[in-house]
Design a binder for this molecule. Structure first.
Ligand code: NAD
Length: 488
């Protein structure tokens, strides 16, 4: 145990000791072994982070947007240069396949920073004449923003939150999930190397208690949160005590609607991507797969065939592996419990449904890709976010019916429609209550596209130019050009 690396909190451009030596363990989900230890952000660290952030804001907000943009683009280049090493770190923390992390996690994080760095210098106010007087507006940064991340895309989430915040001249204190603290630390190091001033991006480590401190702190102007709906409610309630702005990226139970005329192979690809990519730990997963009755036999045959033949589960560091381990033993148990509930409630298990012990990683927290059919809308499987590789297949007869059933949920993160009928595709998508929608596609989320949830899946958006508004506030300045009239 004593030979394990101990990471500290990253404050003001360096790692600082927390003063008490209190640490927590980070487990590699593919081996079940402790990878390293991390010092918890004690009160001393928290205070240091606030002092540092104030100093960082004073420097960063005074720089021109062009200057900030140039530095952020250096960070983008460094992220790309270190892609493979950073991806490997994400695999060790999350258990996801290296082949995914190398292609997606760092790249999409870097893309978001590049996108907002490009937009920053174009942020402008306006000017309006009022008689002989006029007023003008300035888009000013908010100040210190907090970012709180989930464990499924740790580095990407840190980038997606830091990118718009920093581009607009804010500073950020980021708390990664206690299960995956490494990516945010590496991002902080890269920001420092790129020349981002000390205090602009601080990383504090710990569990929900450190998160709760961030959400309640009066010096923090905004909190951007990614996590479960239940935690999101707590974060929003705490943020209300100091009237912070909030962005909430929460869970989903998204519908994937497949009509009779859909291309079967593409529809099967979508169902597999939307349920088994990152071993099912993706917030936008299309876990309710609605298939129109005539296509169902053909669809289900190919779905089971491809799932049983093409999924390679094992050591996620092996580049051949395309299906990794779940984040923790507890989460593995939770997913297996949902599978038992599915069986008890009468759904038919077609494949999977059990823990796996691949030879290359016998102690990892794996659950087999699982497909249930004969599901009904009332079953727990169709209602609750499982956040694992468990797909529920449901059938439907007509368009009106499927739209109503797809919307029959308190969540509204994502949705997809597969059909060759162009008018039906748009007509259906326009009626679906979800913020992130795809037609004949699943999962693509380029930096240019705003993403976020309807209903209880979230508030606000990440990515897309829309997000600039969420990290700036408008100041209106009225200018009098003549003597001031007054009754006094
Ligand atoms: P979680 O809600 O358990 O934890 C998220 C973060 O909140 C962690 O950093 C945790 O330490 C912190 N936290 C816990 N209690 C807190 C409190 N009281 N105050 C402040 N912070 C607190 O979520 P998770 O298990 O890490 O992630 C999985 C969930 O995240 C799923 O529901 C998934 O759908 C969601 N998610 C959503 C998106 C999106 O963009 N919509 C993306 C990824 C994950």
């Amino acid at each position: 145990m004593s030979s394990l690396i101990v990471y500290q909190n990253y404050v003001h451009g360096q790692y600082i000791a927390n003063g008490t030596g209190e640490t927590f363990e980070v487990i590699n989900p593919a081996t079940g072994q402790v990878s390293y230890l991390v010092e918890t952000a004690t009160e001393a660290v928290q205070q240091a982070a606030i002092v540092s952030s104030k100093a960082g804001f004073a420097t960063w907000s005074k720089m021109t947007a062009m200057e900030r943009s140039r530095i952020l683009l250096k960070a983008v280049a460094l992220l790309r240069e270190h892609n493979d090493e950073l991806a490997a770190g994400e695999v060790l923390d999350t258990g996801k396949p290296l082949q995914e992390a190398i292609e997606v996690d760092i790249v999409t994080g870097a893309d978001s920073i590049e996108f907002f760095a490009g937009l920053a210098p174009s942020i402008e106010g306006n000017q309006q004449t009022v008689g002989d007087d006029f007023y003008y507006t300035r888009r000013e940064p908010l100040g210190i923003c907090a970012g709180i991340g989930a464990w499924n895309y740790p580095l990407q989430i840190a980038c997606w939150k830091a990118a718009p915040a920093l581009a607009c001249g804010n500073v950020m204190i980021f708390k990664p999930s206690e299960e995956t603290p490494r990516g945010a630390m590496r991002l902080a190091e890269i920001f420092t190397e790129a020349g981002i001033p000390d205090g602009v991006f601080n990383v504090v480590q710990g569990d929900g208690r450190v998160g709760a401190w961030l959400t309640g702190n009066e010096d923090i102007a905004k909190v951007s949160f990614t996590g479960e709906v239940g935690t999101g409610k707590k974060v929003m309630a705490a943020a209300a005590s100091s009237l912070k702005e909030v962005t909430m990226e929460l869970g989903g139970k998204s519908p994937l609607i497949i009509f009779n005329d859909a291309d079967v192979e593409n529809a099967v690809s979508a169902a597999m991507l939307g349920n088994f990519y990152t071993q099912g730990e993706v917030c936008t997963n299309g876990t309710r797969v609605f298939v129109q009755k005539e296509l169902y036999p053909q669809f289900i045959k190919r779905l089971v065939e491809r799932t049983e033949q093409n999924i390679i589960c094992g050591d996620p560091m092996n580049p051949e592996t395309n299906f990794g381990a779940l984040i923790s033993k507890d989460h593995q148990q939770k997913v297996l419990e949902y599978i038992e509930i599915g069986k008890k409630e009468g759904a038919t298990l077609l494949t999977g449904g059990k823990a796996l012990q691949p030879e290359s990683a016998p102690n990892g927290f794996f659950v087999a890709p699982t497909i249930f059919t004969d599901c009904t809308d009332q079953m727990t499987l169709s209602k609750e976010e499982i956040f694992g590789p468990v797909m529920s297949v449901l059938t439907f007869t007509d368009e009106e019916e499927v739209v109503e059933r797809a919307n029959d949920t308190r969540l509204g993160l994502a949705a997809a429609v597969f059909t060759q009928d162009i008018t039906r595709a748009h007509r259906v998508i326009h009626q679906i209550q979800a913020g992130i929608c795809w037609i004949n596609a699943y999962g693509a989320s380029p930096a240019e596209m705003p993403v976020g949830g309807y209903k209880m899946s979230g508030i606000g958006r990440e990515n897309g130019s829309e997000t600039l508004k969420a990290y700036t506030q408008i100041k209106a300045v009225y200018v009098g050009m003549q003597n001031l009239e007054s009754p006094f």
